[in-house]
Write a protein that binds this ligand. Structure first.
Ligand SMILES: Nc1nc2c(c(=O)[nH]1)N[C@H]1C(S)=C(S)[C@@H](COP(=O)(O)OP(=O)(O)OC[C@H]3O[C@@H](n4cnc5c(=O)[nH]c(N)nc54)[C@H](O)[C@@H]3O)O[C@H]1N2
Ligand SMILES: Nc1nc2c(c(=O)[nH]1)N[C@H]1C(S)=C(S)[C@@H](COP(=O)(O)OP(=O)(O)OC[C@H]3O[C@@H](n4cnc5c(=O)[nH]c(N)nc54)[C@H](O)[C@@H]3O)O[C@H]1N2
Ligand code: SF4
Ligand SMILES: [Mo]
Length: 737
């Protein structure tokens, strides 16, 4: 390896600078780890990383403190009769789990076993492959993913339009003339479904070049503050996007040639848009007709433009239709697959192709047992879990393995989910902490962190603004007696007689004692893919070994490729397929939906992300939870006056489904009147002591998992735009109770 090495004195261990990438969020920023023996001395941004280009945030840089956290679980834990956890050996934990799973399988079948994939699995290729592999081998329909509180609408739209759940175009921010940013806050989140290095700076580059960025958000977010901001009513995006398209078609601004050459089924658009009234859309979005018209004209007239949207438009009741219209806006203005537009990335391992070959992608190939939701990418939605646990019958959910997730806090109707988890015959959690979820488990199996395992950015490499390749070995040795997530799943699989893999012949190979490892499988995928070395036939190509030996990421191109649409499409006609019944049904549902706000719950609550959290975790790290940090509810001055809230008040928030107490109100005109914002992922319990001490309340005690509240085609939960009411707890000392 070509790591730069400082030879200290002969008696001390060498200090090595190892170039790695951060495994906390989708940015996958390049880092330089200074390591001496087994000690991590420092993490700093990698100035030479092709994509992140010297950027890293406080979470990534502080990650050494997660590895060294004294609250980290370092040995397998087993729940004892009195509810406390006792440390057990891996052998004991795995054997007992195997035995209990075998008993459940014998009595109720393999389809009574469930798996839950959390956010952290997305940066853990071994866990990702083994988890989907286990579900495939078990032939269980109980595969749940945090993606169904986040992004299911994206997977669905990509499957129908482009032929693969995982083929998602990204905004070509570094070359665009006009970026429409809808319900995303990259200045804080650093981006999602778009791995744009230095996202905030790259957006600033658009205006510095003389272009425009317009941010659509009910809150003047950290991103909106930097650009033009158009406030929107929560869940108004679908109306805004549909109305913009109507203006574009009505005024003859659509790029009909692009629609003709790139798409099939475009006649659906006139059918969808004809019954839409701009006036109704304007009311629903809270944006004037004149502003909608101007925005549509400006977007269509820009030499290049990209409309990019994320959580603000994907965790509401019309998430699928919103995402459909977002893509159609890009397509109908001729911006798909062109410079500065909506582009397909260049992954170094063509996961989309591999998944397609393995038939792992799809939509509505089966329906869920209780609620009848269509599957999305082979998964069932999280909203249904409590009903799947409590509804008797064949396929009733009896045991669950939760991997890298904290659904007892992150999922809708979190309280109900906790109660349902308690009714399982067996709950296993793979987590680095005793969290609100893992504390409910019968066994907690502690995994390595990303600093302690081999890795490549399996998920984000498909969305990188600057195509590059990176594969790193473990930076430091695992602490305590922790094991790789993938190893844990494989060991459990062995004990129930399966190979955690879903490719043809995998189970047969298992019978012969052959269990190909995730790194072997991915290396084969890399070497036989477009960037591969074809086992020596193309010496300039890549392999795992070559990447592991390279200290740092390898740039594959300066910019995103364009003009590759036909090559990328997985649809039969190699065109974007626009016409699907589901979009017609959704449009009818939208037009019939009520815009009226419930008088008892007159305010609308949205979620907020914070720089120093990653969903429900990282609240145990002192560097990240600095002295005065508490969970704060944002409220507009008019609403504060109306509801008697003063700056710093503790506030009670009630929804039809629950009630929470938030420690502090912050009054700010950053909020749209009538709308409140609250960071989600707070209100901890369990063994992460600092996280518990920091207080706060669980946003998802206010949300519902009712099937009819979800985005119906995708089953994605609605956790944004929640109807609530509030009251001040000032002088009542009620927070103390
Ligand atoms: N620091 C930090 N970074 C993170 C995370 C984190 O917790 N903390 N989480 C990671 C994860 S898992 C994800 S998925 C990404 C998410 O990445 P983003 O989607 O960029 O992040 P959010 O902060 O959820 O941004 C959503 C924005 O939508 C706005 N919004 C809310 N409701 C509506 C609405 O109805 N319409 C519109 N137009 N806007 C609305 C919110 O005010 C907010 O500014 O972030 C990732 N990065
Ligand atoms: N109200 C509301 N709810 C939301 C959202 C919202 O905006 N508002 N956002 C939604 C979104 S976008 C998402 S992605 C989901 C996230 O939902 P989850 O995935 O359930 O939440 P996280 O907090 O990301 O949980 C990650 C867990 O993995 C553990 N962990 C960290 N590293 C590792 C590892 O290497 N291996 C293992 N096994 N465990 C590890 C952490 O300790 C933590 O407990 O939440 C969703 N829920
Ligand atoms: S932005 Fe995300 S990937 Fe980059 S350093 Fe921060 S947490 Fe890590
Ligand atoms: Mo997410």
């Amino acid at each position: 390896m070509s790591a730069s090495i400082n030879n200290n004195t002969a008696s001390t261990k060498q200090i090595i600078d190892k170039k790695i990438f951060c495994g906390v969020c989708e940015s996958s920023c390049g880092l330089v780890a200074t390591v001496q023996g087994d000690e991590l001395l420092k993490l700093r941004p990698d100035p030479d990383h092709p994509n992140s280009n010297g950027f890293a945030c406080s979470k990534g840089l502080a990650f050494g403190a997660v590895r060294d956290d004294s609250d980290r679980v370092l040995q397998p834990l087993k729940k004892s009769e009195d509810g406390s956890f006792v440390a057990v050996s891996w052998q004991q934990a795995l054997d007992e789990i195997g035995e209990r799973l075998n008993t459940i399988i014998k009595q109720h079948g393999r389809d009574s076993i469930g798996l839950y994939q959390g956010n952290s699995v997305a940066w853990n290729f071994g866990a990702f492959l083994n988890l989907f592999g286990m579900a495939g081998a078990l032939k269980t329909k109980h595969l749940y993913s945090a993606a169904s509180i986040d992004i299911n609408g994206y997977w669905l739209v990509s499957q129908l339009l482009y032929g693969s759940n995982f083929l998602n175009p990204i905004p070509d921010v570094s070359r665009t003339d006009f970026m429409l940013c809808i319900g995303a806050n990259p200045a804080v989140s650093h981006g999602s479904m778009a791995n744009i290095g230095r996202f905030r700076d790259t957006m600033l580059g658009v205006t510095q070049r003389g272009g425009r960025v317009v941010v659509i958000d009910p809150r003047r977010s950290e991103t909106a503050e930097l650009f033009e901001h158009l406030p929107i009513r929560p869940n108004g995006d679908v109306w805004l996007l549909a109305a913009m398209l109507k203006v574009i078609f009505d005024e003859g601004l659509a790029d009909l040639e692009a629609l003709e050459t790139q798409c099939s089924g475009s006649s659906i658009l006139s059918a969808l848009l004809a019954p839409l009234s701009l006036k109704q859309a304007s009311e629903a979005a809270g944006i004037s007709v004149a502003n909608i018209e101007q925005l549509a004209r400006d977007f269509a007239a820009a030499p290049s433009a990209c409309a990019y949207g994320r959580c603000g438009m994907s965790i509401g009741p019309f998430a699928t239709l919103s995402k459909y219209f977002l893509d159609v806006l890009n397509i109908a203005t001729g911006n798909l697959d062109r410079e500065g537009g909506w582009c397909f990335a260049r992954p170094f391992i063509d996961l989309e192709e591999l998944m397609h070959r393995l038939k792992s992608t799809g939509y509505d190939r089966w329906r869920t047992r209780v609620d009848g939701f269509p599957e999305v990418a082979g998964t069932a939605p999280v909203v249904s879990i409590p009903r799947e646990i409590t509804t008797p019958g064949k396929g009733q959910l009896r045991a669950m393995m939760v991997i890298g997730a904290n659904p007892a806090t992150s999922s809708p109707a979190a309280g109900e989910l906790r109660d349902a988890f308690k009714q399982l015959d067996l709950l296993i959690s793979q987590d680095i902490y005793i969290t609100e979820t893992s504390r409910l488990a019968d066994y907690i199996l502690p995994p390595t962190t990303w600093l302690e395992r081999e890795g490549f950015p399996i998920f984000t490499q498909s969305h990188s603004g600057v195509p590059h390749a990176q594969w790193v070995s473990a930076t430091v040795k695992p602490r305590g007696d922790v094991r790789d997530d993938a190893w844990i799943m494989d060991e459990i699989s062995k004990r129930i007689g399966i190979v955690p893999a879903d490719f043809p012949g995998a189970q047969l190979l298992g019978k012969l004692g052959i269990r190909p490892s995730p790194s072997f499988l991915m290396d084969v995928g890399l070497r036989t893919g477009p960037e591969g070395d074809w086992f020596g036939l193309r010496p300039s190509g890549l392999s795992r070994k070559k990447l592991l030996e390279n200290n740092g990421a390898i740039k594959l191109a300066d910019k995103l490729p364009t003009g590759i649409l036909k090559k990328r499409m997985f649809t039969k006609d190699k065109k974007v397929n626009l016409d699907h019944a589901v979009f017609r049904t959704e449009m009818t549902r939208l037009l019939a939906s009520s815009l009226a706000q419930d008088k008892n719950y007159p305010l609308s609550l949205i979620s907020q992300r914070e720089l120093r959290s990653q969903n429900t975790w990282l609240h145990n790290i002192s560097k990240l939870v600095v002295a005065d940090r508490v969970q704060r509810l944002r409220i507009h001055p008019n609403d504060a006056a109306l509801y008697g809230i003063e700056e710093g008040d503790a506030v009670e928030i009630s929804s039809p489904y629950g009630q929470i107490r938030v420690p502090e109100a912050r009054i700010s005109d950053e909020m749209m009147p009538g709308c409140l914002a609250l960071p989600h992922g707070w209100g901890h319990e369990g063994g992460w002591q600092r996280a518990v001490a920091v207080g706060g309340a669980g946003y998802n005690q206010l949300t519902t998992n009712r099937a009819d509240s979800a985005d119906l085609p995708s089953g994605n939960a609605t956790v944004n735009g929640i109807s609530v009411r509030i009251r001040s707890l000032r002088d009542k000392m009620e927070m103390a109770s």
